[in-house]
Ligand binder design. Structure first.
Ligand SMILES: Cc1ncc(COP(=O)(O)O)c(C=O)c1O
Length: 277
């Protein structure tokens, strides 16, 4: 079944081929969780859109307008996903943007993904992807529409043996999962890769950076190697739909969901009910 979709506020599925989102990936997207008809992290997603629009030089649509369109899609939904896409709108053949780009707003409503409860309780198996992430400070951190690296990486495995793949940049630094940010725990301190030259600065990552200290967990943004992951006490993944997952298997290593994971998950679930554990 097709998802419900609103383009510039009008319910429809079709979009012009001249849209620069299709022609060049000239745009941004957000994936928002809906609980009980509400998007509890709308503000954080809007802030990342603001950063992305600034970086790409695309006009940022009005917050009230976007919130209204998201609310219209979320209405009556118990638990669902909204994908919000902004593009630089309709253009000509070449790269040059129109002088006054008319941003296209796409709001799509999707079903909530039904991951097994065991992913939160026991952890997930993660593979090491061969596809590398490019280093580009101009695009790092924002959630732009060009996701070919993630598409190639996700295509490296089929089936349910792995729930996520870990990606390194071209220098071999660990950056993130194909659809998540990554953390390791050593001696009650969380370490997560910086996102200033590669990777997406996740909304859930932002929540963890804010909330870990409140739970007396130190958090450090730093360079991380595959070896560091293997030596970790705990390995954790995050995104807006999973909240947090512990990693139970990576390469030849095995991990347990540990105290840092459980403390963060319990704190998160107070107002962000991704799972009933
Ligand atoms: C490549 C990538 N990194 C990180 C994330 C996590 O972002 P967020 O926490 O905003 O969902 C995602 C989410 O889809 C992603 O696709």
């Amino acid at each position: 079944m097709s998802p419900r979709c609103w383009i510039n506020g009008v319910e429809q599925l079709d979009i012009t081929v001249a849209d620069r989102g299709l022609q060049y990936g000239d745009g941004l997207f957000e994936t928002l969780a809906v609980f009980d008809g509400q998007c509890p992290r709308f503000q954080d997603h809007y802030q990342r859109l603001r950063a992305g629009c600034d970086r790409l030089g695309i006009p940022l649509p009005d917050e009230t307008l976007l919130l209204q369109e998201v609310a219209q899609a979320a209405k009556g939904q118990d638990k669902a996903v909204i994908k919000l896409i902004l593009t630089s709108g309709v253009g000509g053949r070449g790269y040059t943007r129109p002088v006054n780009p008319q941003v296209t707003r796409i709001v799509m409503l999707h079903a909530w993904p039904d991951y097994p409860l065991a992913y939160w309780q026991n952890g997930i198996a993660m593979m090491l992807c061969q596809t590398r992430l490019g280093c580009n400070p101009a695009l790092a951190g924002i959630k732009h529409l060009n996701r070919l690296e993630q598409v190639l990486a996700r295509n490296e495995w089929q089936g349910n043996d792995y729930a996520e793949g870990l990606m390194c940049d071209t220098d071999g630094n660990v950056i993130e999962g194909t659809m998540s940010n990554v953390y390791l725990v050593r001696d009650n301190t969380l370490y997560t890769p910086t996102t200033d030259h590669s990777g997406v600065a996740g909304v859930m990552r932002h929540w963890i950076l804010d909330n870990a200290p409140k739970l007396n967990i130190d958090i450090v943004e730093t360079a991380i190697s595959v070896e560091d992951i293997k030596q970790a006490d705990e390995v954790i993944l995050s995104n807006s739909l999973i909240g947090l997952w512990p990693v139970k298997a990576f390469e030849t290593c095995e991990f347990q969901p540990g105290p840092v994971y459980w403390a963060l998950l319990k704190h998160l679930l107070k107002d962000y009910p991704v799972v009933d554990v």
